[in-house]
Design a protein around this ligand. Structure first.
Ligand code: G3P
Ligand code: CA
Length: 228
């Protein structure tokens, strides 16, 4: 079972921070998942389109200057990292799933990852709920494996038929035995989010999924190393 630290290690460290990612790596995750948005000249790692929930600031991302953003506390004194900082921290240590939250940022994300590409092994998997982003990845960054996400299964089914993807990333409510079977028949890996307790671990194991996103990397690693 591939263990993916969700937003770093969101259950035990501030989400989408370098401290959270470092913790996930030290636990021994295979990959970490992060959420990326654009802020003027920068690509930053933050889930929401505002600072309200995850920092001591407030307002929409673009309400602040980069300097003001850089001064915010994202929890435990952590700053909002840039994608470049996360790439530097993770290179050679674990895989990366970059979820592109904003539409229209594929070119910028691919350009940044390309700068580090020689050392990025495996190539980071790129995913997005924005369908156009997924189509753009196939055109602009065909080197990068695509992870399909969708708000509903009809959208996901269409994308599975349309794209030459690497994985389909289902929520716990979307994933079923039949969907796992059909994805595997197409050569797709199946990853499930967000899997945080033993009942959910067991269900994923029973369904035969290939990986889980978890907020609690150590607990998941302990469970799956025990279960073999
Ligand atoms: O990529 C899996 C998962 O992270 C998608 O949902 O809302 O946690 O970004 P969310
Ligand atoms: Ca995410």
């Amino acid at each position: 079972m591939l263990i993916i630290g969700h937003r770093g290690a969101a259950g035990v460290r501030p989400e989408n921070t370098l401290a959270g990612i470092e913790h996930a790596i030290e636990c021994g995750v295979d990959w970490v998942e992060i959420d990326v948005r654009e802020h003027r000249e920068d690509l930053i790692v933050i889930h929401d389109d505002s600072y309200d929930r995850t920092t001591n600031g407030a307002g929409k991302i673009h309400d602040l200057t980069p300097l003001q953003r850089a001064a915010l506390d994202a929890g435990d004194g952590e700053r909002i990292p840039t994608l470049a900082e996360v790439v530097t921290l993770t290179t050679g240590r674990c895989g990366l799933n970059v979820e592109l939250k904003d539409p229209g940022i594929v070119e910028r994300v691919v350009a940044l990852l390309d700068q580090h590409r020689a050392l990025l092994k495996p190539a980071p998997c790129l995913s997005s709920f924005e369908q156009e982003n997924l189509r753009e990845i196939a055109k602009i960054g065909p080197d990068y494996p695509v992870g399909i996400l969708g708000k509903d299964v009809a959208i996901i089914d269409n994308l599975i038929g349309e794209l030459d993807a690497y994985s389909v990333n289902y929520s716990k409510t979307q994933v079923t035995s039949l969907r796992v079977e059909q994805a595997h028949q197409r050569g797709l890996r199946v990853f499930v989010y967000t899997v945080n307790d033993e009942q959910a671990y067991r269900r994923c194991e029973h369904l035969g999924v290939d990986g889980i996103f978890t907020d609690y990397p150590q607990a998941a690693i302990n469970f799956f190393s025990r279960s073999g």
